[in-house]
Design a protein around this ligand. Structure first.
Ligand SMILES: [Ca+2]
Ligand SMILES: [Ca+2]
Ligand SMILES: [Ca+2]
Length: 414
């Protein structure tokens, strides 16, 4: 049995979409710890090293082990705090665990790319990004979370998951930007794809980005971040793009997942489209999260490669500053858009004005809205000749220190 681990330490060169960039672990103690967590998920973490929930709610464990699966790498996590469940997206597999890391349900059989997740406390449903690039189709997958009550639920033949088509994303993804009459498809090596859009990944519920982040009577909006191809040869791909939707009007659009006959049922318009100037990244916002304590949005990315940018791995958008109308830089034709403001925190690159952090979160980031976050650790483990993907939610505290503001809580370190 071989064990590799991918997310320890920062400052390494940028990752690729598959996230396969692990280095071999040395040290028998670490291996033993991982072996224990993988082979005995029933006894995972919890009790002994649980951290007290000072707000009087459920005690939240320092580590929630999402298990080891013959699937893609971990893409995102979502917490149903009231229900006591954690959800892990493994690219083509959704796993639901209790807070001790015991698997209680799963949805299988996705042939597309299931990315980041968020749980909507208002309707008790789980939302995730779902991409079918070859079919030029991008959806939000909506899961009836309560009904994920057994392992191996089929995504297509059961009605636990429905999908809503995002026209705005398809329009930007398929844009023939060089006007040669040919759409070049799923490749970074092209001038096509408006803003460099490769699809969608990060999702999170939060306030209207056009407002000041205050709690309004209105429901939180589903916020969906674009994937953005890494391409150093163009200047129109230096923004993160965030779309907002009021999902209370979505019932009429929801359709069963049919991967052989993709549907196009979805809202004609967004409820807001926003731009954050960060410099180009590799596949855009991997994980998006709203933190109600600071009213900040966290955007975790795989670092970009443009030498003229600082290429941070985490960006913080100041949610108390309403988006302002202004020029979307670098576009082939002058363009106005709603611009977000990066928080005046963290590392600062004077040349570009970009602020950010060298921090984890690209495999999963969940704010507890009290200065603590679950950060996903992605790894691999070999069992009986099969390489399996692992995902663990590890509790961190936001310290605000540079370069990495996220520090593991007591009991979370190995
Ligand atoms: Ca073209
Ligand atoms: Ca991802
Ligand atoms: Ca998320």
């Amino acid at each position: 049995m071989k064990v590799r681990e991918k997310t320890a330490g920062r400052g390494r060169s940028s990752g690729r979409r598959t996230g396969r960039r692990g280095s071999a672990l040395a040290g028998a103690a670490m291996v033993a710890t991982l072996l224990g967590s993988v082979l005995m998920p029933q006894t995972a973490s919890a009790a002994g090293d649980a951290e007290e929930d000072v707000r009087g709610g459920k005690r939240l464990p320092a580590v929630i082990d999402g298990g080891a699966w013959d699937a893609g790498h971990v893409q995102g996590m979502a917490l149903d705090r009231k229900g006591g469940h954690m959800y892990f997206s493994f690219t083509n597999l959704l796993v639901k665990t209790d807070l001790r890391g015991n698997p209680v349900g799963s949805v299988t059989g996705f042939t597309g790319h299931l990315g980041d997740l968020d749980f909507n406390e208002r309707d008790g449903r789980l939302y995730g990004s779902l991409e079918y690039k070859d079919a030029e189709s991008f959806y939000i997958a909506v899961f009836d979370a309560d009904r994920i009550d057994r392992m191996g639920i089929d995504a297509e033949t059961s009605d636990v998951v429905s999908t809503v088509y995002l026209k705005e994303v398809v329009k930007d993804y398929t844009a023939d930007m060089d006007g040669n009459g040919v759409f070049d498809g799923d490749t970074a090596d092209t001038r096509d794809h408006r803003y460099g859009c490769s699809g969608i990944d990060g999702v999170a519920f939060g306030p209207d980005l056009g407002g000041r982040g205050e709690r309004k009577r209105g429901a939180p909006l589903l916020t969906v971040a674009y994937g953005i191809y890494s391409n150093n040869a163009r200047s129109d791909n230096d923004h993160q793009v965030l779309l907002q939707y009021d999902v209370r009007r979505w019932k009429k659009y929801e359709r069963p997942l049919s991967e052989s006959a993709p549907h196009t049922s979805g809202p004609a318009h967004t409820d807001g489209k926003y731009f954050a100037y960060t410099g180009n990244t590799t596949y855009g916002v991997q994980n998006l999260e709203y933190d109600a304590a600071s009213r900040n949005w966290q955007l975790a990315v795989y670092e970009g490669k443009k030498p003229e940018f600082p290429n941070y791995s985490l960006f913080t958008v100041d949610g108390t500053r309403p988006a302002v109308r202004g020029p979307v830089r670098g576009q082939p034709e002058p363009e106005q858009g709603k611009l977000l403001t990066l928080a005046k925190e963290g590392l600062h690159d004077p040349a570009t004005g970009v602020r950010g952090w060298q921090a984890p979160g690209e495999y999963g980031l969940v704010s507890l809205d009290d200065g603590r976050y679950y950060v996903a650790e992605s790894g691999t483990v070999e069992e009986n000749g099969v390489e399996k993907q692992t995902g663990r939610a590890v509790l961190h505290r936001w310290t605000g220190r540079t370069p990495n503001p996220l520090a593991p809580v007591r009991g979370a370190t190995r």
